[in-house]
Design a protein around this ligand. Structure first.
Ligand code: COA
Length: 384
């Protein structure tokens, strides 16, 4: 990073079906929580970046930057960033660039999405805006369908069984039980996952992140001190359509962003102990762990086998590092996935976990579509 950027405040709404809140209410609650946790007043915010994907369709509302600005008494300049489900990471990256350039010293980043006011058919169709409208939508695909095909291919290549895949959501649901902001705070067994309603073969209901409302916000600063700094912020892209990719079982944008993030943070993979990764569907969690470098191709399930048994270090070979906490918040599956809010919420969860555990490095991995866009942030915690 070209500047010392500190995470000085953060907060979020509960994620779930929040019938009594509109998109403005969600943004306001998260922004208030973030600013009131920071060692500044609202008047010190000199720029706002809003992360949102769908508000025109789900809320009939564009121009969220103007709404965000009007939440603060002095109407600071604001802009909106959209990169599908990866909008949060891209908003954070934009905030970092603004801070690095010296255009701002305290930036409020708000991610918000209000998805449950319209039918699931409308949301599913809107989410398909993150896929290729010429190659994928005409084939009748939805995102569960795209990730269903990816899961089929992965099972074919690596011999992953349906029963083993079910461990992923079982672990994420269990982790979410301890998170008061999570949409689902109920344990599910691997058998519950395998036996849940079919959505897009081989994926079942409990393999999928849900449709959610929610907002999350944070304040990044070059002006104030905090024990957590943004050690790296990198974004990467791949072809929009999976049709144009040489492989389905690995996402090159993750590899690219992760590699550059570790280099920017000057940190080794073995030193990363906390990870929040984009498990929009259970199969994605396995691919992500492999692309991030925490497991060999086809080996991601080892982490979940061990995590299900309560061992988070056992999948690592000696010298590869100690215990690894993956999606200890519950991830997208357990917490819910209000798409524009997810990337900001991941940063909050990594920061919280670093502070709770005293660990030094954590990583947040957030992507859009079938990882056509990807953002990776490394956080460093140095308690005083
Ligand atoms: N996980 C767990 N439970 C879920 C769920 C999920 N993903 N989605 C819905 N439910 C629950 C609901 O809470 C509801 O429970 P209740 O009857 O106790 O109230 C029940 O299942 C039925 O909910 P409903 O909304 O009718 O489900 P649906 O069949 O319309 O939608 C999915 C289910 C999986 C199709 C929908 O959640 C979905 O499309 N998810 C993927 C979203 C997506 O693509 N995001 C972008 C990723 S790239």
């Amino acid at each position: 990073m070209n500047s010392d950027i500190r995470l000085i405040g953060y907060g979020q709404t509960r994620f779930g079906e929040l019938w009594d809140m509109g998109i403005r209410d969600l943004m306001e609650e998260a922004a208030d929580a973030a600013i009131s946790s920071a060692p500044i007043t609202a008047l010190d915010i000199d720029m706002i970046i809003v992360s949102n994907m769908l508000a025109e369709i789900t809320n009939g509302q564009a121009h969220l930057s103007a709404i965000a600005s009007s939440l603060l008494p002095h109407h600071p300049p604001a802009l909106r960033v959209e990169s599908a489900c990866g909008s949060g990471a891209f908003a954070l990256h934009t905030a970092c660039a603004m801070l690095e350039s010296g255009r701002a010293r305290n930036v409020l980043v708000i991610g918000a999405e209000k998805m449950t006011d319209v039918s699931n058919d409308i949301v599913s169709s809107a989410l398909m805006g993150a896929a290729d409208a010429e190659q994928e939508r005409p084939a009748g695909l939805t995102f569960p369908g795209i990730f269903g095909m990816i899961a089929q291919r992965y099972m074919h290549e690596y011999g992953l069984s349906r029963a083993a895949l079910s461990l992923v959501s079982a672990v994420h649901h269990r982790n979410a039980c301890g998170n008061s902001f999570a949409q689902f705070r109920t344990e599910v067994t691997p058998d519950d996952v395998s036996g849940s309603a079919p959505v897009a073969d081989p994926l079942r209901l409990l393999d999928c992140s849900p449709i959610s409302d929610g907002a999350a916000a944070c304040v990044l600063s070059t002006d104030k001190e905090s024990p957590v700094r943004i050690a790296a912020s990198q974004i990467a892209s791949d072809s929009l359509s999976i049709v144009d990719r040489p492989v389905l079982t690995s996402f090159s944008a993750t590899k690219d962003a992760a590699e550059r993030s570790l280099a920017e943070a000057e940190v080794k993979l073995k030193d990363i102990r906390i990870v929040e990764t984009h498990d929009c569907f259970s199969i994605a969690a396995l691919i992500n762990l492999e692309d991030l470098g925490f497991a060999d191709p086809g080996g991601g399930i080892r982490f979940y086998r061990n995590a299900y048994e309560g061992q988070t270090a056992a999948h690592r070979s000696p010298g590869e590092g100690g215990a690894l906490g993956v999606n200890m918040s519950g991830g997208l599956k357990g917490c819910g996935h209000p798409v524009g809010a997810t990337g900001i919420k991941q940063i909050i969860d990594v920061a919280k976990r670093l502070r709770e555990t005293g660990e030094r490095y954590g990583l947040a991995h957030n992507f859009g579509g079938a990882c056509a866009t990807c953002g990776v942030h490394v956080l460093e915690h140095s308690p005083s």
